[in-house]
Design a protein around this ligand. Structure first.
Ligand SMILES: [Zn+2]
Length: 426
């Protein structure tokens, strides 16, 4: 008889039977827990009486190449005393399955690892087990939350980044819901995500970390947005703020795009059309100029000549390249001068209004832009961050519940200690 229990891998149960009806249907194993001594009431210590049994169907890990189900006949106990308040209760056996989860304990841990560490989709894992999406997702959230909220997951951080992250497009109008990613820039670790992209949630998160932890942060990276600046100004006043190069270059590219679209409208009286020179130049314009070979470079010059009679797009293109150039310089002492020169050039009256605006933004953020030269150790962090953003994006697909999404992205990009998966209790 114990051979069955060995095969089922649960020493504390009795196997009542195995049902195998159809070749493609899951194997169903019926079990109950072993009774050890008498069951007593928590309230009055009297010997309980068995009320009934509730069969609970649990999805288990596949066995012998077959999907599997565990039917656990859960005992319901009742206190015999009429004056006792406890009434009745259902037995618990977390080694079989955690309360309220539809996966067995081992299947729940396995699913959490597949989704959280390998970044597989919940749908895929549910397909492997032959159960529905919610059953897997509930287990991943229950086990995963313990791993991501483990205080040891967050170590000492010396460079902290704040970045807005699209969480979900919701409803009929695809309204964008934003969140803020809090990142260890050096380690490329997602520390946490908080709802919204205003300053309050990130400030609150920092407040909870404590003064000692905050004091060790030397650099704070941010896009050029007011709310994150406010977070650093108020919560980390001694931290050197650094404008993230990725966002600075991106802004220059966006301004170039705006100029191109406006000039197309001014010159041809319509939005970009596939035959319009400027429309045809749009990809060449945003490419880094050193990546253009002679042919591409000649093509770009020709298209600009044809579509940009007043040289506005050309000016915007030079401005974008000047912004990129900032990061080619290595001398931190000269960084501020390197930022000030092009930003002054951009504010010249001869420049298109979009570029003058870029120049003003750069003046406003000059110290943060220049600080990158002091803060940078290698080119690494930016690339790490882009990789991180991709991982976050991948997980985001289709998730609408912020709490669930938070657990998922932190499992995948937050460096949880996977060796603890075997011991956390959901
Ligand atoms: Zn009782």
């Amino acid at each position: 008889m114990r051979m069955c229990e060995l095969l089922v891998g649960l020493p504390t149960v009795t196997v009542l039977g195995v049902v195998d009806l159809l070749p493609l249907a899951p194997i169903t194993v019926h079990i109950e827990t072993l009774l050890e001594g008498r069951e007593t009431c928590n309230g009055c210590d009297q010997t309980a009486t068995l009320k009934d049994r509730d069969p609970v169907m649990l999805t288990d890990l596949p066995v012998f190449g077959r999907r599997a189900r565990l039917v656990w006949l859960k005992r319901r106990w009742r206190c015999p005393s009429r004056s006792c308040r406890v009434g009745s209760w259902t037995e618990l056996a977390p080694e079989i399955a955690a309360r309220r989860l539809g996966l067995t304990d081992r299947a729940g841990r396995w699913a959490t690892f597949q989704v959280g560490c390998h970044g597989r989709s919940v749908k895929e894992v549910a397909g492997d087990l032959g159960c529905d999406w919610h059953t897997v997702n509930n287990a991943v959230v229950a086990y995963g939350e313990r791993l991501v909220d483990d205080p040891a997951r967050i170590g000492q951080v010396t460079a902290l980044g704040l970045d807005e992250t699209l969480f979900v497009k919701r409803g009929r109008w695809r309204t964008k819901q934003w969140s803020t990613s809090i990142v260890d820039v050096r380690a490329g670790q997602l520390l946490d995500v908080v709802e919204g992209r205003d300053s309050a949630p990130a400030s609150l998160w920092l407040a909870k970390r404590g003064q000692v932890w905050r004091d060790r942060i030397r650099y704070g990276t941010l896009d050029m947005s007011g709310p994150y600046r406010k977070v650093f100004d108020t919560m980390l006043p001694d931290t050197t703020q650094v404008a993230d190069p990725f966002h600075v270059v991106k802004l220059a590219g966006e301004k170039l795009d705006e100029v191109r679209r406006r000039v197309n409208q001014d010159v041809l009286g319509r939005r970009g059309h596939k035959d319009d020179p400027l429309y045809r130049a749009r990809k060449l314009l945003v490419m880094a100029h050193e990546r253009l070979d002679d042919h591409a470079s000649g093509k770009l010059t020709g298209l600009l000549k044809a579509g940009d009679p007043n040289g506005e797009v050309t000016t915007a293109w030079h401005a974008k390249e000047a912004v990129r150039e900032l990061y080619a310089h290595t001398d931190a002492k000269l960084a501020l001068a390197w930022v000030d020169q092009p930003s002054a050039d951009m504010r010249d009256v001869s420049c298109p209004p979009e570029i003058r605006q870029l120049g003003r933004t750069m003046r406003r953020w000059r110290t943060q832009i220049a600080a990158w030269h002091e803060a940078q150790v290698t080119n690494g962090p930016t690339e790490t961050m882009n990789g991180l953003a991709k991982r976050i994006k991948r997980v985001a697909f289709g998730m609408t519940n912020f709490r669930h999404w938070r657990v998922r992205v932190l499992l995948y990009a937050g460096h949880p200690d996977w060796s603890k998966l075997a011991t956390v209790t959901p």
